[in-house]
Write a protein that binds this ligand. Sequence first.
Ligand SMILES: [Zn+2]
Ligand SMILES: [Zn+2]
Length: 139
Amino acid sequence: MRSKSTELSAHSKKVLELLSKSAKPLSAYEILDKLRKFGIKAPPTVYRALESLLERGMVHRIESLNAFVACHDEDEEDHEHNHTAQFAVCRGCGSVAEIHDHRLSDLIHELGKKLKFRIEREMLELLGLCQQCEKKTGA
Ligand SMILES: [Zn+2]
Ligand SMILES: [Zn+2]
């Protein structure tokens, strides 16, 4: 566990634990559903926990799924701020792979300059099939 997790509230820790264990991204509703047995029943509690985890870059939001994943960035150095990541989302099994490729970010910022557009948030999600699912479809 990262040292930063000590600053987290108990609720945030539970949410992070849940997301870390999940093979798939979870929606806020699914998180709430799973936390019910721990006595967490109020949606705002879950939203606040998610917000705090998002701010720390410990959790990412997958916009296309409206769901959340635990950050799989193992590089501690890079974890000081809310980093930008790209995601490959499998439409077969629902798994999400986190990609860090600064070349993509560099390119996006270059494009922003060219367009004279101030980019505030980058969201890049690739939709397709993971290797296992592609094997299953046997194309
Ligand atoms: Zn990440
Ligand atoms: Zn898959």
